[in-house]
Design a protein around this ligand. Structure first.
Ligand SMILES: Nc1ncnc2c1ncn2[C@@H]1O[C@H](COP(=O)(O)OP(=O)(O)OP(=O)(O)O)[C@@H](O)[C@H]1O
Length: 234
């Protein structure tokens, strides 16, 4: 479990640019942000404002160019690919398009969430994956292929895959965008409950105003800058 009072992620003076020379375009400017253990933070902002770029930097999926980004105390600016892979072991990812493999069953897809964790035997991985699917209410669908599941069920498989390794941080990019109102609500509520059980911090990027109430804090991105954050009264 994360200590609820300790920072999981600390960002200071972070800039990011794409391209070089005349094509260089800076998309993040002087970002400062701290995510505390167990906190649920929602990031909103217009299209193109830099949300996904920031999310991929936080997730160790992109090299940090300038400033400081520390995950569990490890500085990712200047980190090696190997260090970034190590960091990714502690992070779960959920994307809008769920990114499930169509040729794998729900169970096999969830098992992939343990791929970076070499300490488990095949039998242990199967058992953990099966438990994770039960936790998202899909215990009777473990042998189904994604094509035979509804959008909401697929997103629940993606949640099981993201949380099966008990990550410290869950990064979710528009997880409800492809879902109807009820399925979207079910998916975030589930994410919230499971993450709370595991003491996992959540950063959720969304345009979906219907789910803002799950957040402890809402932060807004505009033109590559983070505006003042707002605390949500519970
Ligand atoms: N790989 C890339 N190469 C060049 N420019 C990029 C790249 N990825 C993103 N950008 C640019 O960086 C800026 C921020 O994009 P980003 O995807 O982070 O925004 P966003 O807020 O997540 O948008 P959306 O809500 O539409 O997903 C945009 O101007 C985009 O065109």
């Amino acid at each position: 479990m994360s200590n609820p009072n300790s920072a999981v992620l600390t960002i200071a003076h972070l800039d990011h640019a794409f391209g070089v020379g005349e094509l260089r375009k800076q998309v993040l400017f002087d970002i400062h942000l701290t995510l505390q253990g167990g906190e649920i933070v929602i990031m909103t902002g217009p299209s193109g404002s830099g949300k996904t770029t920031l999310l991929t930097l936080m997730g160790g999926l992109r090299s940090v160019q300038k400033g400081s980004l520390k995950f569990l105390g490890l500085e990712l600016c200047g980190a090696t690919e190997r260090q970034r892979v190590e960091v990714r072991r502690h992070i779960g990812y959920i994307f809008q398009a769920h990114n499930l493999h169509g040729s794998l069953t729900a169970l096999q897809n969830v098992r992939m969430g343990l791929e970076l964790h070499r300490q488990y035997s095949v039998a242990e991985m199967e058992q953990r994956a099966s438990q994770a699917l039960e936790a998202v209410g899909l215990g009777d669908r473990i042998s189904y292929y994604p094509a035979n599941l509804s959008g909401g069920q697929r997103q629940r498989v993606a949640i099981a895959r993201a949380l099966v390794s008990q990550p410290k941080l869950l990064l979710a990019d528009e997880p409800t965008a492809a879902l109807d109102r009820q399925s979207g609500r079910d998916v975030v509520t589930l994410m919230q409950h499971l993450a709370q059980e595991q003491g996992c911090t959540i950063l959720l990027v969304t345009h979906d105003n219907r789910i803002l109430d799950v957040a402890d804090r809402i932060i807004e991105m505009e033109d590559g800058r983070l505006l003042a954050s707002r605390t949500v009264n519970s």
